[in-house]
Design a binder for this molecule. Structure first.
Ligand code: VG1
Ligand code: CO
Length: 543
C-alpha cells in the first residue's frame, strides 16, 4: 500500500454555504472535485496528523464511494483514527453526538440534507468542529481559501475498506473503527427522556406515524419508537434509507411529506404525526387535523421544558434564527429568559450553547434542538413533543390552542421561489437594500412600515460579525417580512420570503395562515417587486 501525492489545481466554487458544500452529484464525481475539497478541509484546519474524526452520511447516492475516498485520504494525511458509521451511515445529530462523546477533533458528514439525491440530484459535505457543531465561518473561510490555492492532495492507493461489519481495522497507520450508527444516539435519547412514560403512552393505545421519507432516520426511528417504546409495527413509514430517497425530496414539509399530511388531515388520522429530513436534523410536527409551524414548535418546546426531567429548572435562554417568528421571544419574555436572534444556519448557535447562554434553539426551516448536541435534531424534537403530550394528556390541537391563548399567535409562512435566475435574484435584493432608508413611514396594503434594515449579527461570545444576513421590514402591530437568498441550493437562486404577523385576540386564532397574512404577502410583493423582477406570481413552496 502506498501513499500517492496527486498534483491538482484549484476548482472554482468550493465555497461552503449555509450548511457545508452542496453541488450536483455529478460535479462531486468529476475528477479531483471531492479530493480537492477534502484536502482543503484537512489543510484548512491545520492538518489532520494524529487526529481523530467521525465519518458518516445520510446514505444518498455517492455516499459509499465518498466514504472510501475520505478514509484513504485521511490515512494518507496521517490521521490517527476514523470512527465510521456502519455502511458509511450516520445522521447529522448522531454524528454531532459521537464527536462530543468520543472527544474527537471533528467529523465529516456526507449529506445535502433536504435536497434530493441521485446521480442527477445533489450531494454535499459538511465539516463539524470538536464541539460537535457545524464549522463556524472562520473555519469555512479557511477551507475555502485552502481550496483556492491547493496544488496537491494525498491519498492511499488501496482497495475498498470493508465498513459493513462492526469492529476495528487498519489502513496504513490509521485505525478505522466501524460503529453502530444508531446505538449511541438511542442511548442519548434514553438519558434525556423518560422512556417509561413514553412506553406507557403507547401501551395505552396512542397512535403515531413517523415518515422517514426513505432517508437516514428510518433505522433510528424504528429503534426508538417501535423497538424501545413499543409503538406498533408500521408506525415508522418509508423506513429503509435509499440512495435517491425513493425519488422524492427528503424535506419534511407539507409538500414533500404530502401523504403523511393527507393522512393526518383525514377522518381517522392518528393522534400524532412527524417526519424528518435527509440527514435527520429537521422535523415536522403534526397532530390530528393540525400542522404545527416550526416557529411555533420551538416555542411550545421552550414553554414546556419543565415537563422533561433533563431540562427542568436548568433552562434559562433561547435562540432563534432571524427569519424564525417571534413566538419564541414571547415565551422568553414571559419567563424572563434571554432570547438571542442569530443569522440563518445552526453554526451560529454553537457559541451560545457552549457558553450556556441558550439551551433551546430553533429555526423556521423545521430545525429544533438543544444543548444535548450541537446540531438541530429531528428525532429529539419528536420525542420532546411526545413527552409534552404524555405529560399534558392533551391533543396537539389543544396544546396549540392553549399556547396561543397564553402567548398570542404569531401567524407565519415562508414562501420560496426556487430555481430563479441568479442575476434577477441579486438585482431584487440589491434594489431592496437601496430603498431601505426610504421605507419607514410608508404604507403598503394599509400597513405602516415602522423600520427596515439589513440584518447583521455580532456574536456575543467571540465578537465575530456576520453581515448581509437578510432584509427585515417591520410593520406596526408586530408584522414583519424578511427577504433572503438561500445558501443551500445547487442551481440558480432561491428567494425566501418570510411573512409574520401577531394576533393577541384568541377569537382570531383559528384563521388559515395564508389568509391571515394576505395583506403582508401583498405588501412583500410590492416592496420587493417580486412578480415584476422574477416573473413569478406564485411561490413554488409555501410552508
Ligand atoms: C436552509 C434553512 C436554514 C438551515 C439550512 C441547513 O438554509 O433555511 O434554516 O439551517 O437550510 O439545514 P438556506 O440558506 O437554504 O435558507 V439542512 O437540514 O439543509 O442542513
Ligand atoms: Co438537514
Amino acid at each position: 500500500m502506498t501513499i500517492h501525492t496527486i498534483h491538482t489545481k484549484p476548482i472554482d466554487g468550493q465555497k461552503p454555504g449555509t450548511s457545508g458544500l452542496r453541488k450536483k452529484t455529478h460535479v462531486f464525481m468529476e475528477p479531483h472535485y471531492l479530493e480537492n475539497f477534502v484536502q482543503s478541509i484537512f489543510d484548512g484546519i491545520g492538518g489532520v496528523n494524529g487526529k481523530i474524526f467521525v465519518l458518516g452520511g445520510d446514505g444518498r447516492y455517492f455516499n459509499d464511494r465518498a466514504v472510501q475516498v475520505i478514509l484513504r485520504m485521511a490515512a494518507a494525511n496521517g490521521a490517527k483514527r476514523m470512527i465510521v458509521g456502519r455502511d458509511g451511515l450516520l445522521s447529522t445529530p448522531a454524528a454531532s453526538n459521537l464527536i462530543r462523546k468520543r472527544k474527537t477533533d471533528g467529523g465529516i458528514v456526507l449529506s445535502a440534507s433536504h435536497n434530493p439525491g441521485g446521480p442527477e440530484e445533489d450531494f454535499g459535505i459538511k465539516f463539524n468542529v470538536p464541539n460537535g457543531g457545524p464549522a463556524p465561518e472562520a473555519i469555512t473561510s479557511a477551507i475555502y481559501e485552502a481550496s483556492g490555492s491547493i496544488s496537491e492532495y494525498r491519498i492511499a492507493i488501496t482497495g475498498d475498506v470493508d465498513i459493513s461489519c462492526l469492529g476495528k481495522s487498519k489502513l496504513l497507520d490509521m485505525e478505522i473503527e466501524v460503529i453502530d450508527p444508531v446505538e449511541d444516539y438511542v442511548a442519548l435519547m434514553e438519558e434525556l427522556y423518560d422512556f417509561d412514560a413514553l412506553r406507557a403512552l403507547f401501551a395505552n393505545g396512542f397512535t403515531m406515524r413517523f415518515d422517514a421519507l426513505h432517508a437516514i432516520t428510518g433505522p433510528y426511528a424504528k429503534a426508538i419508537f417501535e423497538d424501545a417504546l413499543g409503538a406498533p409495527d408500521g408506525t415508522v413509514l418509508n423506513a429503509v434509507p435509499l440512495p435517491d430517497f425513493g425519488g422524492g425530496h427528503p424535506d419534511p414539509n407539507p409538500i414533500w411529506a404530502k401523504s403523511l399530511v393527507d393522512e393526518m388531515m383525514s377522518g381517522d388520522a392518528p393522534e400524532f404525526g412527524a417526519a424528518s429530513d435527509g440527514d435527520g436534523d429537521r422535523n415536522m410536527i403534526l397532530g390530528r387535523g393540525v400542522y404545527v409551524t416550526p416557529s411555533d414548535s420551538v416555542a411550545v418546546i421552550a414553554a414546556n421544558t419543565d415537563l422533561v426531567k433533563s431540562y427542568k429548572g436548568r433552562v434559562k435562554g433561547f435562540a432563534r434564527s432571524m427569519p424564525t417568528s417571534a413566538a419564541l421571544d414571547r415565551v422568553a419574555e414571559a419567563q424572563n429568559f434571554d432570547c438571542y436572534e442569530t443569522p440563518t444556519g445552526w453554526k451560529f448557535f454553537g457559541n451560545l450553547l457552549d457558553s450556556d447562554r441558550a439551551q433551546i434553539c430553533g429555526e423556521e426551516s423545521a430545525g429544533t434542538g438543544s444543548d444535548h448536541v450541537r446540531e438541530k435534531d429531528g428525532l429529539w424534537a419528536v420525542l420532546f413533543w411526545l413527552s409534552i403530550l404524555a405529560a399534558k394528556r392533551q391533543s396537539v390541537s389543544d396544546v396549540m390552542q392553549e399556547h396561543w391563548r397564553k402567548y398570542g399567535r404569531n401567524y407565519y409562512s415562508r414562501h420560496d421561489y426556487e430555481g430563479i435566475d441568479s442575476e434577477a435574484a441579486n438585482g431584487l435584493m440589491g434594489a431592496l437594500t437601496d430603498k431601505l432608508a426610504e421605507l419607514p413611514g410608508t404604507e403598503y396594503s394599509g400597513r405602516k412600515i415602522t423600520a427596515a434594515d439589513e440584518f447583521a449579527y455580532d456574536d456575543p461570545v467571540d465578537g465575530s460579525r456576520a453581515e448581509s444576513q437578510g432584509i427585515r421590514v417591520f410593520f406596526d402591530g408586530g408584522g414583519r417580512v424578511v427577504f433572503r437568498l438561500s445558501g443551500t441550493g445547487t442551481s440558480g437562486a432561491t428567494l425566501r420570503v418570510y411573512i409574520e404577523d401577531f394576533e393577541s385576540d384568541p377569537s382570531k386564532h383559528d384563521r388559515e395562515p395564508q389568509e391571515a397574512l394576505a395583506g403582508l404577502i401583498e405588501a412583500a410583493d410590492s416592496i420587493a417587486e417580486i412578480s415584476k423582477r422574477i416573473g413569478r406570481n406564485e411561490p413554488d413552496i409555501r410552508t
